[in-house]
Design a protein around this ligand. Structure first.
Ligand code: HDE
Length: 717
């Protein structure tokens, strides 16, 4: 409370003003240490017990140069609390970032589900979302090649509903019993404790190459889906088949999809590696900046609804989490939108302590028998007690329901809410306390189940390659090249040749050109035979364009960021036209200048810079503009950072706008003789408008073969 008041008081002043006032208020102690004493603006610092503190700079000691005294309760309490600040990070999905928002229902879905959240058009339900990577620890970098978690908590009027999904609609394994194995294999190897947040090592590929059911997911993880440009530009999926249950207790199967309003976008691998160095917090910063600037990211919740008849006729088992249902076969229906409009006040209290659990479902939503989902329903409660240290997870505000709730669970560590009065059990004779409700309560869908008790995997789960192939043939040529390059890169880090060969033998069951390309790029003298397959790969599955990122791009620059390299003398008319056009397009920009102080434009105006050239490499932007002046170019043309800015933008297939004065920089970056439709001269306001129009294409992938972004990306026939 004390802290909050002082924060608000200083928020009214500018940072510079506040800092100046604080400097004046500093007083020196006898040892030269600085003290900031309380006054009318700032309340008195207290201990956690509320006791006022005199001196927070010096511990209690016997004489100025003597030993410390154990009766210093302020010191003891402060250090005790600090020593216990950390809680165990999540065993998977440790690195994540969350935001608040709401879900808005488009129309009543009462015909399918009695879930209260879907009854009324326009209903708004508070939401909290946490995005994450899977393998890396809490302090790892954002642009690892990895699956992204997409976990949504909806605080409905009938209890919390958690859709704990990923940005990839299928999973590596078919049975939850294999989860510890896949995760152990991808985490740092247990003896060396590296590599961090990377799948490019022997243990991972050893496990994968011995687990054919993971091949479909591997195609996704080696595709650009695993290096998204931003959380805002990625899809989310519930992965498993769930059920909707209506008031008549009729069930409809459902798959959940989140579709980003701003379209899909990923980065190039070479770019991802550089982003991780330039800004390891790239994704969290992007979300923070978007929300803080009022550009609230939005996704539509889309459903694939189907009945038992469809399930029986579909090519694959709808309980198999390594399979998806192509949207071209079963279209998705938008049923509402999720808007993220507020960052947490405190990362630890909210994002770190949020506890998602697949078993949190309100009446009207139910599970299927997907063995992975069933295993997850068991796991998530366990993990929360380990992490948060108490059974009272729901007493933490971020996890508490926002609807009325009452039960007889009590006590335990950190109990904040216990039953009030005499009654803490039921049935009871006292006429108090909550009662069961057969009408409003959750009724599990009464599916008829039978069979022997056994450790079994159904035969209907045995096709491991057909959808892997379908995913691969659904990609554009550039995206296919990225998959072969990623496989080659990852397997090049595997030190055991037999593992590389085993993997390539699986690829032969997916696509021969892909397998040959990877094998050749890895330097195989002879190609391995196709892996022994439980079922032959089906060649009749049609490509599904919905699976390609490039095919589902935004076609506009909205929500993206332009990097503008400027020097003193930057042409003011063009710069103003450019920044105005970007704002109109709801895009953002940063000025990158030789000095962080900024530059003087041609009309004498001062333009503040956001980055100096070293601090703002072009990998941080979706496209770049080079606006040096004729005088300013000499200052930067010899700088390696300026040259890399241009050369990287070009080899990452980005749009580059440039003024005439920038030509020496293009030459220095080696692209002057190589200008294509994505390197565009800007000499007039009209040119600015045309350039902004082009930016919606985001990348010139046709340039890629000429820049040889990765040697491994050219197919070998
Ligand atoms: Fe998770 N998973 N998971 N998972 N998962 C966890 O719960 C688990 C799986 C997913 O932002 C843990 O709170 C098992 C699939 C997300 O806080 C843990 C299996 C999918 C998050 C756990 C799976 C997910 C988790 C660790 C195999 C996509 C982060 C920390 C059956 C549909 C949630 C925690 C957040 C987190 C178990 C597989 C998504 C250990 C046993 C499939 C997004 O409970």
């Amino acid at each position: 409370m004390a802290k909050r008041t002082s924060k608000n008081a200083s928020a009214a002043k500018s940072n510079a003003e506040a800092a100046a006032i604080h400097d004046q208020k500093m007083q020196r102690g006898e040892g030269g240490e600085l003290h900031q004493f309380a006054d009318a603006d700032s309340p008195v610092l207290t201990t956690a017990q509320g006791g006022p503190v005199t001196d927070d700079q010096n511990s209690l000691r016997l004489g100025a140069r003597g030993p410390l005294l154990v009766e210093d309760f302020h010191f003891r309490e402060k250090i005790f609390h600090f020593d216990h600040e950390r809680i165990p990070e999540r065993v998977v999905h440790a690195r994540g970032y969350g935001a608040h928002g709401y879900f808005e229902t488009y129309n009543s879905l009462a015909a399918y589900t009695k879930a209260d959240i879907f009854q009324r058009a326009g209903e708004k339900t508070p939401a909290f979302v946490r995005f994450s990577t899977v393998a890396g620890s809490k302090g790892s970098f954002d642009l690892a090649r990895d699956v992204r978690g997409f976990a949504v908590k909806l605080y409905t009027r009938e209890g919390n509903w958690d859709i704990v999904g990923n940005n990839i609609p299928v999973f590596f394994i078919q049975d939850a019993i294999k989860f510890p194995d896949i995760i152990h294999s991808v985490k740092p190897e247990p003896d060396s404790a590296f590599p961090q947040a990377q799948s490019a090592h022997d243990n991972f590929w050893d496990f994968i190459s011995l687990t054919p059911e993971s091949m479909h997911m591997i195609m996704w993880v080696m595709s650009d889906r695993a290096i998204p440009r931003s959380f805002r530009f990625m899809e989310g999926f519930g992965v498993h088949t769930f059920r909707l249950v209506n008031a008549k207790d009729e069930s409809t199967f459902v798959k959940f999809h989140w579709k980003p309003k701003l379209g899909l976008q990923s980065v190039a691998w070479n770019e991802a590696v550089k982003i991780n160095g330039a800004d390891p917090d790239y994704h969290r910063r992007d979300l923070w900046e978007a929300i803080k600037s009022g550009n609230f990211p939005e996704w539509e919740l889309c459903l694939q609804l189907f009945d038992q008849d469809f399930a029986d006729k579909f090519d694959f088992d709808i309980l198999d989490p390594t399979k998806l249902i192509p949207e071209e076969i079963l279209p998705v229906q938008p049923v509402g939108r999720l808007v993220l409009d507020r960052m947490p006040d405190n990362f630890f209290a909210e994002t770190e302590q949020v506890a998602f659990m697949t078993q949190n479902v309100p009446p009207g939503i139910d599970f299927s028998n997907d063995p992975l989902l069933q295993g997850r329903n068991f796991s998530y409660l366990d993990t929360q007690i380990k992490r948060l240290g108490s059974t009272n997870v729901t007493h933490i505000p971020i996890n508490a329901p926002k609807c009325p709730f009452q039960h007889f669970q009590q006590d335990g560590h950190m109990a904040m809410r216990n039953p009030v009065g005499r009654v803490n059990y039921q049935p009871n004779s006292w006429g108090e306390g909550p009662r069961e409700s057969p009408t409003q309560g959750f009724r599990h869908f009464a599916s008829e189940e039978q069979g022997p008790k056994a450790r079994l995997r159904p035969e209907s789960f045995a096709d491991h390659y057909s959808q892997a192939r379908q995913f691969y043939i659904s990609q554009t040529v550039a995206e296919q090249h990225h998959i072969s390059a990623a496989l080659t890169f990852e397997l090049s880090k595997v030190k055991t040749p037999v593992i590389r060969e085993r993997m390539v033998s699986h690829l032969f069951n997916i696509d021969e050109t892909l397998a040959t390309t990877v094998g050749t790029r890895l330097g195989f003298k002879t190609m391995p035979k196709p892996a022994d397959a439980a079922m032959p790969t089906r060649q009749d599955l049609e490509p599904s364009p919905a699976l390609s990122i490039v095919e589902n791009g935004p076609k506009r620059f909205e929500g993206r960021k332009l990097g503008i390299l400027a020097t003193d003398g930057v042409e003011a008319v063009l710069l103003n036209a450019l920044t105005a056009a970007l704002t109109k397009e709801k895009a953002t920009f940063e000025i990158i200048a030789p000095k962080i102080g900024g530059v003087t434009a041609s009309d004498g105006h001062w333009v503040e810079a956001h980055q100096m050239i070293d601090g703002g490499p072009s990998v941080l932007y979706d496209a770049v503009v080079l606006f040096p002046s004729a005088d300013g170019i000499d200052d930067i043309v010899q700088e390696a950072a300026a040259r890399d800015f241009v050369a990287d933008a070009f080899s990452h297939c980005k749009f580059i706008g440039y003024s005439e004065a920038a030509t020496p920089l293009l030459e220095k970056a080696g692209i002057a003789g190589n200008i294509d439709g994505g390197v565009i001269r800007i000499a007039s306001v009209k040119d600015v408008r045309a350039f902004i129009g082009d930016l919606g294409k985001l990348r010139i992938w046709a340039r890629e073969p000429s820049v040889k972004l990765s040697k491994a990306s050219t197919p070998v026939k």
